[in-house]
Design a binder for this molecule. Structure first.
Ligand SMILES: Nc1ncnc2c1ncn2[C@@H]1O[C@H](COP(=O)(O)OP(=O)(O)OP(=O)(O)O)[C@@H](O)[C@H]1O
Ligand SMILES: [Mg+2]
Length: 280
């Protein structure tokens, strides 16, 4: 959250900095739960992440905004150790994700709830069993203890009456909510949403955003919502990072970002056709 003026050139080093040191924040400041430090990743010979430096504040809803195909899902995979960087580092609560031995990586993943872009529910299981799955898989809890949690989470997301249905019998919005219930059932301290709004109409997107806000207010935690929906960012974002061409253009508190002088950020957040961002 820098008061430094940003460069007029949206892709200059100054404009692209997400460097907390530049913002006067120490790297080990406990306020940040996640640090991405100069993360590079090439896929199929193309630089997808091209020096991502991003700090995610604790106990806050952070929005990572970026156009389609810009590397948002790839970034999420790095956060949870499903992909590893060619260079750079990802630190979660001080642990380097790419350097964690497998047992610790699996333990870390259990502390992170993820709502994948497509919901990623098991088609062969009903909604109750989908939500119960991480608890059955990762905990020693009895079925009656699991039932208490599953029923609470299904009530939270308004799916109590639908627990016996299969994913194919639900609407897209209901599948997202079921995925959300599943992501929350292990009481994760970090919850990551990959485009929760994709495939939903504006009303259902608004309702889902409301639900994300409510769940965050109830259970707390570090929420990261990845999206290209500026309206969603405006509605629920407390901290916003703009990702473009594999780098973070700027990040900061929502009010600061919506008042940004950076021409790319301004154009992107206002959804304007005029500015440095073209169709390329
Ligand atoms: N496993 C992979 N191998 C090769 N290329 C990949 C792989 N995964 C992703 N990519 C490429 O990386 C780029 C970024 O993909 P990614 O899925 O992260 O985009 P995104 O920002 O999430 O887009 P969307 O908003 O459409 O979900 C795309 O060009 C994609 O084709
Ligand atoms: Mg994606």
């Amino acid at each position: 959250m820098s008061d430094e003026p940003v460069s007029d050139d949206p892709m200059s080093d100054d404009a692209l900095t997400g460097d907390p040191a530049a913002a006067g924040v120490a790297m080990d400041d406990p306020y940040w739960s996640i640090h991405c430090v100069d993360v590079h990743k090439r896929l199929g010979g193309v630089a997808i992440l091209d020096g991502v430096t991003l700090d995610v504040p604790d106990d806050t809803i952070t929005i990572v905004l970026g156009p389609s195909g810009t590397g948002k899902s790839v970034l999420i995979k790095h956060l949870i150790g499903l992909m590893f960087p060619d260079s750079g580092d990802i630190l979660i609560h001080g642990d380097s994700v790419p350097r964690l031995p497998l047992p610790q990586l699996l333990a870390l993943r259990r502390r992170i709830g993820v709502l994948f872009q497509d919901g990623a529910l098991f088609g062969s299981m009903n909604i109750y069993d989908n939500v119960a799955f991480p608890l059955r898989q990762n905990t020693e809890r009895s079925e009656s203890e699991i039932a208490d949690v599953v029923k609470q989470r299904l009530a939270d997301v308004g799916l109590t009456a639908f627990e016996g249905l299969f994913p194919s019998e639900l609407s897209g919005g209901m599948r997202k909510r079921a995925g959300f219930a599943r992501a929350l059932c292990t009481e994760p301290d970090i919850v990551i949403f990959d485009e929760p709004d994709s495939g939903l109409d504006p009303v259902r997107t608004a309702l889902l955003c409301e639900l994300i806000q409510e769940m965050h207010a109830t259970y707390g935690g570090t929420y990261i919502v990845v999206t290209h929906d500026i309206a969603a960012a405006r509605r629920i974002g407390e901290y916003i990072a703009v990702l473009w061409k594999g780098r973070i253009v700027q990040s900061g508190a929502a009010a600061e970002m919506f008042a940004s002088e950076n021409p790319f950020v301004r154009q992107f957040l206002s959804g304007s056709a005029s500015g440095p961002l073209g169709m390329d």
